[in-house]
Design a protein around this ligand. Structure first.
Ligand code: SF4
Length: 372
């Protein structure tokens, strides 16, 4: 995706409408363009259908002023169980990112990247082992969601009871779609989303737009390793997303050994920010805990988590470590995960043991990287 010009995929619908007016066109032209883009799935300038409310001269102006392209798919891999697909996407500057499509329990979720690499350096994470290269733009984030939506468009059958939006009336988009649509998105791919706050939030505004992908607030999860200023901004701006905080250690020393970012944002500051978030917004936080055999998975660790979170509306998601080349730890066995869960139950803290999926194609949590 070229970046010298503003990118069409990085604009919200109101921004696109304002541009149309600035160029001397009607707002309805921008609405028609948006419909073509987000509901009809147009991928190249020549795909757009010219009509009264989407005149050729408006499209000419759009594509001369704005960049419009999608990352290429450099590689696609499918898990053996058929539930996970991973896409290696090539960006305009030859950098690459990974995006994952997950289909579990009847839900389709896109796991998107927010950066090329990551600066946070979590020791067990393949992305952290890569180091940081650059932030993604909002357009590059939106493009990942549209890529997954396009895959669904191509791979799911049309349904007879949900007629397609009429191409003859694109200014009035129908809420019905013939194909399965993307409904969930998690910012748990490559990168730390709150380190790239502005682009991530711009992308979320675009993805939430009711005349486009219309992702519900409860269908978007932002996962952070504990970037305290980002959590405080989310709180102040009352951003309508789920917040997931990767904890992995319940003392400052244990956490910092796994998550170097904890040295910058210590555990007590993180928990203060989490308490403010839950009390201000009235929402719970999802705390993520990677279970590493003999490292952070014993009863003492579970009790420490319980004590740490007992006064915070919280849900804990534990997941046994996924293997990466750069870390020698082993995953906790299922019985150990269940024992951890049982201890948290004594504190009244709901805890889910997440299934390890997509491991065979290195698409599990902490496994995303771009090594060939
Ligand atoms: S776990 Fe997340 S924050 Fe940590 S290094 Fe990996 S991508 Fe970055």
């Amino acid at each position: 995706m070229a970046t010298a010009r503003p990118h069409l995929l990085g604009l919200t619908r109101p921004e696109l409408a304002a541009l149309a007016v600035e160029w001397g066109f009607a707002r309805v032209h921008a609405a028609s363009l948006w419909n073509e883009l987000y509901l009809q799935g147009r991928r190249t300038p020549s795909d757009f259908v010219v009509h009264d409310q989407l005149p050729a001269r408006y499209l000419d102006r759009v594509f001369s002023e704005l960049a419009f392209d999608f990352p290429g798919v450099a590689r696609e891999t499918h898990s053996a169980d058929g539930f996970t697909r991973k896409y290696l996407l090539a960006l305009h500057d030859a950098h690459r990112i990974e995006t994952v499509l997950m289909r579990y329990s009847g839900r389709v979720t896109a796991c998107v990247s927010s950066q090329v690499g990551c600066a946070m350096g979590c020791v067990f994470c393949a992305t952290g082992q890569m180091g940081y290269t650059r932030h993604l733009t909002a357009a590059e984030i939106v493009a990942q969601a549209l890529h997954v939506d396009a895959v669904l468009r191509e791979t799911t059958p049309a349904t007879a009871d949900a007629p397609a939006p009429a191409l003859a009336d694109p200014a009035h988009p129908s809420p019905h779609h013939r194909h399965e649509r993307l409904r969930n998105i998690v910012f748990m791919g490559m990168g730390e989303p709150l380190h790239n706050y502005d682009a991530v939030m711009q992308a979320i505004d675009i993805l939430r737009d009711g005349a486009g992908l219309a992702l519900g607030a409860k269908k978007i999860s932002v996962s952070t390793v504990g970037v305290v200023p980002g959590i405080r901004r989310l709180t102040a701006e009352r951003r309508p997303v789920h917040l997931a905080v990767s904890l992995h250690g319940a003392t400052q020393a244990e956490r910092a050994a796994l998550v170097p970012a904890a040295r910058k944002w210590p555990l007590d500051e993180l928990m203060d920010a989490c308490r403010d978030y839950t009390s201000t917004l009235g929402r719970r936080i999802f705390f993520e805990w990677t279970l590493i055999d003999g490292k952070n998975d014993g009863p003492d660790h579970a009790h420490a988590v319980g004590a740490l979170l007992k006064d915070i509306p919280a849900q804990v998601n534990v997941i046994p470590l996924n293997p990466t080349f750069g870390y020698a730890g082993e995953p906790t066995r299922p019985a150990g995960a269940r024992a951890f869960q049982d201890v948290l139950a004594t504190y009244g803290i709901p805890c889910t043991v997440r299934q390890r999926r997509g491991i065979d194609i290195a698409a599990g949590c902490g496994q995303l990287a771009i090594a060939e």
